[in-house]
Design a protein around this ligand. Structure first.
Ligand code: PEP
Length: 244
């Protein structure tokens, strides 16, 4: 499967940050993988203009098409702008905004209806793993956060153990392999052959020095990258590893 290297800029960047995309494109002139950058909403138009060949995504959307939802952004407005994907259910939104898997599923339905690829994040907390419940927590999140109607184009799963996000701690290849295999099996059980076409990304302190090892794990179809996506040289190293 063609890998996806997706960068999550979170609440970082400033006007002018789109210059990074030219540096990235120059560093990886012909990536053999899909590349996506998800900046904060206000930077999206400039990023879209700056980056032919690099997909631009958003970091959240609302479940409704329109209405009285102050401060929220609809999926179809993002699609109209030219955005191709949206990250949903990131652990920071689950923790900071109390997002439940049911809400994430409703947002995913809206994103897919608008023609966006929903990148649905799942992942256990450290206490879940210590209690031997990593697989069951992730399986529950996967089941509850993903609505019917998945295709290989409208859905990407990102497995991001919460304890590995922004901490410099990366899950081991064995831990990643175990969760990705279980997630693949769950997708196939739920969606049949289509479940084999849904990309499953790993996220959690991916950097150029560990990307190749992570991408070699079965059923790792790319990465969702936070901190290392903010620097063109670092993200280019990850893109190069994804391109194989
Ligand atoms: C993320 O926020 O999705 C993430 C994986 O962050 P980092 O790469 O910084 O751990």
């Amino acid at each position: 499967m063609r890998k996806l290297a997706a960068g999550n800029w979170k609440m970082n960047g400033a006007p002018g940050s789109e210059a990074m995309l030219a540096d990235l494109a120059a560093a990886v002139p012909q990536p053999g993988c899909d590349v996506l950058i998800c900046p904060p909403f206000p930077l999206i138009p400039a990023f879209l203009a700056a980056a032919p060949g690099i997909g631009i995504g958003a970091q959240d959307c609302h479940w409704a098409d329109a209405g009285a939802h102050t401060g929220d952004v609809s999926a179809h407005l993002l699609a109209a702008l030219g955005v191709s994907a949206v990250i949903l259910g990131h652990s920071e939104r689950r923790a900071d905004h109390g997002e439940t898997s049911a809400l994430v599923a409703a947002k995913t339905t809206a994103a897919q209806a608008a023609g966006l690829t929903a990148i649905v994040c799942i992942g256990e907390r450290e206490e879940d793993r210590d209690a031997g419940q990593a697989l069951s927590v992730v399986d529950r999140q996967l089941w509850d956060s993903v609505p019917e109607g998945a295709t290989g184009e409208n859905l990407v799963i990102a497995y991001e153990p919460v304890w590995a996000i922004g901490t410099g701690r990366t899950a081991t290849a064995a831990q990643i392999g175990e969760v990705h295999a279980a997630s693949r099996a769950a997708l196939v059980t739920r969606f049949g052959a289509v479940g084999r076409t849904v990309r499953i990304l790993y996220g959690g302190s991916v950097k150029p020095s560990n990307a190749a090892e992570i991408f070699a794990v079965d059923d790792v179809d790319g990465a969702l990258v936070g901190g290392a996506s903010l620097k063109a040289a670092d993200f280019a190293g990850i893109v190069a590893a994804a391109a194989g």
